[in-house]
Design a protein around this ligand. Structure first.
Ligand SMILES: C[S@@+](CC[C@H](N)C(=O)[O-])C[C@H]1O[C@@H](n2cnc3c(N)ncnc32)[C@H](O)[C@@H]1O
Length: 278
């Protein structure tokens, strides 16, 4: 049965504000008024099954520190849209400019360190790994790709390295070599081959909290993550990235994001690619 606003359960403005405050504090995501329906839609099944349709009880659980419900809320709110080789120009730049540069610059250490911050289900760090794996001369280099996300569910999915075959439909033919097609009960699924899977370490990490790693990283990808963060949170985050990059290290951000008037620690190279300034 639906209520006056077409909703099955009452979800008041005050309850929305309580959840919004928690989400902003924990994730940096600033939900606008317009997101109330989206929040209702993503939570209503849980409110029915765990709280007898009572949003108030759910808000209380969140504020009283119920870790399971807090995780549920965060996982439900984050938007995990991603794809292999999303924003293909970034991967062209990586292959054509940055990998050859790193091979020259790091020739003594033979080490490369990359961080995919806000990696969702893993397509982004695995695409980076594929670009590196294609370069035969790097075969015996010490290469580590760290991939982190706030959402425990996407990290679990990413670690498994199993995707539906449809996710590969737009991939260039040469990238299909890194996947093994499932048979029998696994028809329609693909699994990443170990040479790609093993190059990436996944960890759950909230970008707004302390970071256990010290870097330095040669490259950081943080694409389509800060889009809902307020400007102050963005500035703090990008400046922390600058501190963790090598001198001249590169930062990739999403197509609708910018560092303009957010931080002056980077110079723009165009196409939402930035280089750290010293
Ligand atoms: C839209 S996806 C972007 C995935 C990938 N970077 C891309 O561009 O295809 C955004 C990801 O950022 C994560 N995220 C949002 N807020 C975060 C935070 N405070 N700390 C870490 N990850 C966060 C979400 O869980 C989500 O998986």
């Amino acid at each position: 049965m639906t209520g006056v606003l077409g909703r099955e359960f009452t979800f008041s403005d005050r309850q929305f504000k309580r959840l919004r405050a928690f989400v902003a504090e924990q994730t940096g995501i600033a939900l606008s008024e317009a997101k109330k329906d989206m929040v209702y839609g993503r939570l209503s099944k849980r409110i029915r099954s765990h709280f007898g349709g009572n949003f108030q009880a759910f808000c209380d659980a969140i504020e009283n520190g119920d870790a399971q419900e807090q995780d549920f809320l965060i996982n439900a709110i984050t938007t995990n849209l991603t794809a292999f080789f999303r924003e293909a120009h970034h991967f062209d730049y990586l292959r054509q400019r940055l990998i050859p540069d790193l091979m020259r610059r790091n020739a003594d250490s033979r080490k490369i360190r990359i961080w995919s911050a806000g990696c969702s289900t893993g397509e982004e760090p695995y695409s980076i790994a594929m670009c590196l794996a294609a370069q035969q001369q790097l075969a015996d280099w010490d290469i580590k790709i760290l991939a982190t996300d706030l959402d425990a569910n996407v990290i679990e999915h990413a670690e498994a390295g199993i995707y539906s075959e449809e996710r590969l439909s737009k991939l260039p033919e040469k990238e299909l070599q890194w996947f093994k097609r499932g048979r029998g009960a696994n028809t329609g699924l693909v699994r990443l081959k170990p040479e790609i899977r093993n190059r990436v370490s996944f960890k759950r990490l909230n970008l707004l909290h302390d970071w256990p790693m010290h870097g330095p990283f040669d490259l950081i990808f943080c694409r389509n993550v800060v889009i809902y963060f307020d400007k102050t949170t963005q500035t703090q985050l990008f400046e922390r990235f600058a501190d963790l990059l090598v001198a001249d290290g590169h930062l990739f951000i999403g197509h609708s994001e910018t560092l303009y008037k957010v931080t002056d620690r980077f110079t723009s190279l165009g196409n939402t690619i930035y280089r750290r300034l010293n």
